[in-house]
Design a protein around this ligand. Structure first.
Ligand SMILES: NC(=O)c1ccc[n+]([C@@H]2O[C@H](COP(=O)([O-])OP(=O)(O)OC[C@H]3O[C@@H](n4cnc5c(N)ncnc54)[C@H](OP(=O)(O)O)[C@@H]3O)[C@@H](O)[C@H]2O)c1
Length: 330
């Protein structure tokens, strides 16, 4: 059984700000209420959404914890819990906020069982980002064999998983990246072509790679810096999927812009609406664990930081110094 100290270390924020607002504090061990479990964390997943929440782009109620994703072992269960027992290996990716801690309370319906042969670190590095890839490729836009797709930040956490999974579905994948080292990584993990978007004209390169046609779908998590190029890269009746703001929120798109681009579609999905029920969560996680276990999607933990260095991890993520997934280790 894991240790059951009566106090835990957790990250707290009194209000929005830079990475320096992340404080490590000692706090009382949280007790699970009805339908809740306490998860003792083995690894915590770092996600760009944590940055949006820290800066206030996505509002939190202050003071607050931070972090939506972790994997570990169920330590104790509240009244009425049926899905899990103490000792079960679990992961969660849709909060509530407060995963940056040694342990956290989660509703049983928001956690999933981690297969025995999957390291908890892999689960923490993959669940939120990989279920996002599942949502994007199988439900937001159904990618079919032979289609050419474009995705940005292809060497990032979501990017590497998305590119590999898209290739496994039979798509031809064009990825954009910030530098040459990331380009090599993206080519080794799913991308057929890479574009250095700081140096090259993305839409021009996409047209050249597609005989002028453009791509069926663009998965754009970079936002402000890439929105126009994304729209310009689409084939007639293509789908612009805006799903993040790493460079700032994407600008508004007028309906006539979609018409002029070739009767385009646009959507702005968020994972939490796609894993809103426990059945949806279980299905998305099962699909992800399947592609990891059959080897078609490899999870790359690019860097790990001690929990006490969460601020440094945020600095690295925001400065584009990370590749693949990032973990905080309690
Ligand atoms: N909608 C949803 O439900 C959902 C769910 C999960 C994630 N997301 C989004 O998916 C994206 C990826 O998340 P992640 O956690 O895996 O992060 P990540 O991709 O590992 O990191 C973000 C990457 O974005 C690129 N980038 C471009 N311009 C940037 C800028 N001005 N500042 C910082 N980074 C910039 C960088 O790659 P290069 O150096 O190669 O440009 C950077 O490494 C985020 O936008 C996140 O919000 C959305």
């Amino acid at each position: 059984m894991p240790p059951t100290d009566s106090r835990i270390r957790a990250v707290r924020l009194d209000g929005p700000g830079g990475p320096e607002v992340l404080r490590l504090v000692e706090t009382g061990q949280p007790e699970p209420g009805p339908g809740e479990i306490r998860v003792r964390h083995a690894a915590i997943g770092l996600n760009f959404i944590d940055v949006y929440q820290r800066t206030g782009l996505y509002p939190l109620a202050w003071p607050s914890g931070l972090g939506l994703e972790a994997a570990g072992v169920v330590e104790t269960t509240g009244p009425g819990v049926r899905r899990f027992r103490p000792g079960d290996r679990v992961a969660y990716a849709n909060g509530p906020v407060g995963a940056y801690a040694e342990a956290h309370i989660v509703r049983e319906g928001r956690a999933v069982r981690v297969p025995d042969d999957l390291p908890l670190e892999t689960a923490a590095g993959a669940l939120l980002k990989g279920m996002t890839a599942e949502m994007l490729l199988r439900r937001v836009f159904h990618v079919k064999p032979g289609q050419t797709i474009l995705l940005h930040a292809a060497a990032g956490g979501v990017g590497l998983l998305l590119a590999q999974w898209a290739r496994a579905l039979g798509a031809r994948v064009i990825g954009t990246v910030g530098d040459a080292v990331k380009a090599e990584l993206a080519l080794a993990r799913g991308c057929d072509h890479v574009i250095l978007y700081g140096e090259e004209d993305v839409a021009e390169r996409v047209r050249a790679l597609t005989d002028g046609d453009g791509v069926a779908v663009v998965y754009d998590s970079v936002g402000a810096a890439t929105a126009e190029a994304s729209l310009d890269s689409l084939a007639r009746r293509g789908m612009y999927v805006s799903f993040g703001n790493a460079s700032g929120p994407a600008p508004a798109v007028a309906p006539l812009r979609l018409s002029r681009g070739g009767s385009l579609f646009m959507t702005r999905p968020t994972l939490f609406d796609y894993v809103a029920t426990t059945d949806e969560l279980d299905a998305a996680a099962a699909a992800l664990f399947r592609v990891i276990r059959d080897g078609s999607v490899q999870v790359r933990i690019g860097q790990t930081f001690p929990l006490a260095e969460a601020a440094e991890a945020h600095r690295a993520l925001e400065a584009r110094r990370t590749t693949g997934s990032t973990l905080l280790i309690p």
